[in-house]
Design a protein around this ligand. Structure first.
Ligand code: SF4
Ligand code: SF4
Length: 264
């Protein structure tokens, strides 16, 4: 069974729920797919070892060969190449899809393909919990390819119990992390932002056609927003579980220490 733990908003306790679930299983593969800020290994005190890199193919213009015709910039579908008359086109890697159309149209063969490292994958273990994560290189904007490669590597182990801890938000990398899941747990909290982002992540999970449950963290801090979460769960006809607010847990977490959550 592959379970993805997600939450539209950061700071709802998504990783705490995912780790608590993995620890309760005793033997599990834990994929930390929050590649911009993986922290499960830190919370469990696991030393991670590099197991491979993730690369992206990008164009490189040979300035000595370039005749400054601008055809590559005209052909580029994402404005990753910008032409200024009498200059070698400027390259904006964050916009580049790696399609190599620019190379195809260059009349003098001035463009070559180079592999750029965009992330590093790591693995570690604590007891029966096998952790896989990845760290995106700074300035890499599109991290979904890193998540894809991380999932491909981790899921090739064919483990029975898998927990995927997604990034916060509803970006491509979150959708990519949810895709292999048999079931999704959406973690939220009784706050205005929690409600707002809960609605958005439900929409994404529904689009991906995945069964889901809602875990409401910090239960007991606002009756008004708790009632709203109950209403959403009822409208969606999905189970709702509660995690009582714990000041001790929050203080421990802030110090980088983890204690499993109690889910009711
Ligand atoms: S590889 Fe594609 S997206 Fe990237 S610069 Fe070339 S044409 Fe543009
Ligand atoms: S198409 Fe080739 S020659 Fe023309 S500007 Fe681009 S890199 Fe230079």
């Amino acid at each position: 069974m592959i379970t993805a733990v997600t939450g539209g908003k950061g700071g709802t306790g998504k990783t705490s729920v995912a780790l608590s679930l993995a620890l309760s299983m005793g033997d599990a593969l834990y994929v930390d797919a929050d590649v911009e800020a993986p922290n499960a290994a830190i919370l469990l005190g696991v030393e991670m070892k590099e197991i491979g890199t993730v690369t992206k193919t990008v164009p490189k213009i040979n300035e000595d060969k370039c005749t400054k015709c601008g055809l590559c910039a005209q052909a580029c579908p994402t404005a990753a190449l910008v032409f200024i008359p009498d200059k070698v086109p400027l390259f904006f890697e964050e916009n580049c899809l790696g399609c190599m159309l620019c190379k195809e149209v260059c009349p003098v063969g001035a463009i070559e393909e180079v592999e750029e490292t965009i992330g590093t994958m790591r693995a570690g273990r604590k007891g029966g919990i096998k952790i896989y994560d990845a760290v995106a290189e700074p300035n890499v904007e599109e991290t979904a390819p890193i998540v894809s490669k991380l999932l491909e590597t981790a899921l090739s182990r064919k483990e029975e119990n898998v927990i995927i801890d997604t990034a916060a938000g509803i970006h491509c990398n979150v959708a990519r992390a949810i895709m292999p899941a048999d079931k999704v747990i959406i973690v939220t909290e009784p706050t205005p932002y929690g409600i707002h982002d809960l609605k958005k992540i439900i929409k994404l999970v529904r689009t991906l056609n995945k069964p889901f449950e809602i875990y409401a963290n910090k239960w007991g801090i606002s009756q008004k927003y708790e009632q709203m979460i109950e209403m959403i769960a009822k409208e969606e006809s999905v189970p709702l579980k509660h995690i009582p607010y714990s000041k001790d847990f929050a203080e421990h977490y802030a110090k980088g220490k983890f204690t499993p959550l109690r889910v009711i």
